[in-house]
Write a protein that binds this ligand. Structure first.
Ligand code: KIV
Length: 294
């Protein structure tokens, strides 16, 4: 699908996602943090998330806690400039929805003014008030339950959630509360497949799983994980479809070899002077010119 014919490209909307959940059509979401990744992903996915995972994926932090509104705005602006047809969701970073209702609405509303279609925020029942106030301001909200990375300290690490009966029941209750508060979809992260399936069948809104088994209404994976752009440990739930890191390094090293053995750039990759000017510059000498100017 071309990005140049904007008027003919149908933008994905919230009612479409709801309809697709009802029709049993699986929803696909990935992350993008800049215009290039957004353009790669946009023709393929239904939703693009400017995730606060930008902190660990792109910015070199160990977790998402240092990610600020200024950082999120910077990356959202870049993605929005790609004018995606996919529904564009922006992640509310740590402390952007915890301090005061006014701040929360300004931060979330600011995301919409910059081009997001919706915001995502982490947390269960205790976020109901915040979610209601955003929805009242016509700001669509995607919830996020299970492993919520902004709670890494409270959870004692990035651990699978909802394995104990109490935790599983709380998650099912939270999912209901978030739906009642007005969320249009929920991300379910790192929870047992059976629990995600139960949540999905009990809700009317779509669930988007990441490490939550096959029975969610859709799936999300981080762009860099799908394409194998990150070296080192990968969570069990990541399936990688390319060895992007190696692929890109191989391409870059072929270019470096060409530079070093002087086969790059070739004549067709170089600009030429118009006829006659070559002789002029060949006759130039620094001392001549300085004498003329004096
Ligand atoms: O920040 C993020 O990328 C996310 C997804 C993994 C759901 O929250």
């Amino acid at each position: 699908m071309s990005h140049t014919s904007e008027s003919t490209v149908e933008r994905i909307t919230l009612p479409m996602l709801q309809r697709w959940k009802e029709d049993g059509r699986r929803l696909v979401m990935t992350t993008a943090y800049d215009a290039v990744t957004a353009r790669i992903a946009d023709p393929i996915v239904d939703m693009i998330l400017v995730g606060d995972s930008v902190g660990n994926v792109c910015l070199g932090f160990d977790n998402t806690l240092p990610v600020s509104m200024a950082m999120m705005n910077h990356h959202l602006d870049a993605v929005a400039r790609a004018k995606p047809r996919a529904l564009l969701v922006a992640d509310m970073p740590f402390l952007s929805f915890h301090l005061s209702p006014g701040d929360t609405i300004r931060n979330a509303g600011g995301f919409l003014q910059r081009g997001a279609d919706a915001v995502k925020l982490e947390g269960g029942a205790k976020r109901v008030g915040v979610i209601r106030s955003l929805v009242d301001c016509e700001i669509p909200v995607m919830g996020h339950l299970g492993l919520t990375p902004q709670s890494v300290n409270a959870m004692g690490g990035f651990k699978v959630q909802g394995r104990k009966a109490d935790d599983a029941l709380r998650l099912l209750d939270d999912a209901q509360r978030l739906q009642e508060a007005g969320c249009f979809a929920l991300v379910l992260e790192a929870i047992p497949a059976e629990l995600a399936a139960r949540a999905t069948e009990s809700l009317t809104i779509p669930t988007i799983g990441i490490g939550a088994g096959p029975d969610c209404s859709g799936q999300v994976l981080v762009f860099h994980d799908v394409l194998g752009l990150i070296e080192g440990h990968r969570p069990k739930f990541v399936r990688t479809y390319a060895d992007g890191f190696q692929l890109l390094q191989e391409a870059l090293s072929r270019w470096a070899v060409d530079v070093r053995n002087r086969t790059f750039p070739a004549p067709q990759e170089s600009y030429r002077l118009p006829q006659g000017i070559g002789e002029t510059i060949a006759n130039w000498a620094p001392s001549n010119r300085i004498r003329c100017e004096a």
